[in-house]
Design a binder for this molecule. Structure first.
Ligand code: CP3
Length: 343
């Protein structure tokens, strides 16, 4: 694994061409994904089939020969394990039938039992069995804050008003909930590592809901709690951690901390500026705007090469998108981008 381009980059070693993988590289934009997806009404039922997860994780590797694979699962498995009743309805995204609506709901929460997520750890094992040798597998979780936001909101939302009110009205109980989630994420990632993952990514996909002074208090503090648990544990201490923050109100270069090996830059970040600040300290992953993949081949080629040329002297650069691939992308456009990186 040490010789994989991806792990070398995470260790700030140079590569002739940057390693490449994509957030949401397995998913609805791939016809081979749709072929399997149509056998399930509820997406979560598909996530509970370890062999199917392994097959889905492999699809983008087979198609594009990427430098890393990511576990096929979802960040919302933890709130589901806390009995919030997760389902994915057609065209609606995630919905919880039993969300956190009051402080009492937090007091009444069932204790997190990592074994209830055994289907995820089996998926890791099945994926490792069929992945090419030396191809790293990334495990992941949502940040405690992002998981809390979904759990309180009861699903996705434009404004997350319920979450914002809960934060104002019940900060103490929210902190208790964030602590529960931090510990759950730690046990969850630890078990993913024991099952075979080679790197970890933490998705703080709702960092942008928080004002500058709230971001530290409600999100970063708990992500740091999670990473310090991982770093103190001999099982996980050597596993590189990648942090993705979506549009944070604190500058990303002021926000990263020592437990993190790599920052995954949102597409709005100025990669040139951030690279100058973080050089020789952190690996950087990013950060083409996924919407560029809706444009002409020529534009995709140019925008991809622009990023590669800015980062050509940066030890520890990993090419990625600045957020996940969306279902409206044509896989042939992804190929154009990969060719531009490897050219
Ligand atoms: O290749 C991969 O990255 C696959 C594994 C993966 C999925 N979700 C599969 C998935 C990963 C790493 C995630 C992370 C995830 N899930 C995040 C963080 C990344 C980000 O986008 O910021 C978030 C916020 C979620 C929550 C989630 N899961 C939402 C909001 C939705 C519905 C909307 C959408 O984008 O589809 C999901 C469902 C989901 N998770 C799908 C997949 C492939 C689509 C489900 C379907 O086929 O209906």
């Amino acid at each position: 694994m040490k010789n994989s381009k991806f792990i070398k980059a995470l260790n700030l070693q140079d590569n002739s061409t940057p390693p490449v993988w994509f957030m949401r590289q397995a998913g609805r934009y791939l016809p081979e994904y749709q072929e399997i997806r149509k056998n399930y009404t509820n997406f979560l039922d598909m996530c509970k089939q370890p062999k199917t997860c392994a097959e889905l994780a492999l699809q983008p590797i087979d198609r594009f020969d990427l430098d890393a694979s990511i576990l096929f699962s979802d960040i919302l498995t933890i709130p589901d394990a806390l009995n919030l009743g997760l389902a994915f309805h057609e065209g609606e995204g995630p919905k919880f039938s039993n969300p956190i609506s009051s402080p009492q709901d937090i007091k009444r929460l069932t204790r997190f039992d990592v074994n209830s997520l055994d289907y995820v750890f089996k998926a890791v094992e099945e994926t490792k069995k069929i992945l090419p040798n030396n191809l790293p597998l990334i495990g992941f979780c949502g940040s405690p804050w992002t998981l809390a936001a979904y759990s309180i909101e009861g699903g996705g939302s434009k404004d997350f008003n319920k979450t914002k009110s809960f934060m104002k009205e019940h900060p103490k109980e929210l902190h208790e909930f964030l602590e529960i989630l931090s510990n759950a994420c730690y046990e969850y990632l630890r078990q993913q590592v024991l099952s075979g993952v080679n790197a970890l990514q933490i998705f703080d996909s709702w960092a942008d809901l928080l004002l500058e002074n709230e971001l530290e208090k409600f999100s970063l503090q708990y992500t740091q709690r999670l990473t310090s648990l991982l770093k103190a544990d001999p099982v996980t201490s050597n596993i590189p951690i990648i942090l993705f923050e979506k549009a944070p109100k604190i500058k990303i270069d002021d926000l990263v901390f020592a437990d993190i090996s790599c920052v995954s830059l949102y597409w709005q970040e100025d990669i040139d500026r951030v690279a100058k600040k973080l050089k020789n300290q952190y690996a950087i992953q990013g950060n083409l705007d996924p919407k560029v993949l809706l444009e002409s081949d020529e534009l995709i080629w140019n925008e991809t090469q622009k990023i590669c040329s800015i980062m050509s002297e940066y030890p520890g650069f990993i090419f990625n998108l600045g957020h996940g691939i969306t279902p409206d992308i044509n896989p042939s456009k992804v190929k154009v981008m990969i060719d531009a990186i490897r050219q």
